[in-house]
Design a protein around this ligand. Sequence first.
Ligand code: CO
Length: 137
Amino acid sequence: MTELAVDHIGIAVRSLEEGTAFYRALGLVEEGREEVPEQGVRVAFLPAGRTRLELLEPTGPASPIARFLERRGPGIHHICLEVDDIRAAMTRLKARGFELLSEEPQVGAHGALVCFVHPRSAGGVLLELSQPTSGGS
Ligand code: CO
């Protein structure tokens, strides 16, 4: 098993424009925006050293991010760990009784395969596992 790295930190924002302005003022450079219809979000990635910030803006009222903003307001939404075999990681967690939010990996930004672990099973943290597509993220 290779080293687990923090791939990104997900931050819920009401607007990508507003959200990125702060980090751009700090000198971070936006790497691009992408809409992920499967997750109901538009995302902006800002590389920060070996990891990235993923700003998440809801695309509609049914988006999980819209519901998060309603309940909690803007803020840290999830932490994403990169794994090299997401199905193996999911199987290991399920075998130990940890609760996943989907039975199968889903498609995330950059075409990566992702799966979320329920905060109940991860010490109150919404944890995303991500297996980058071959050919890099
Ligand atoms: Co994410």
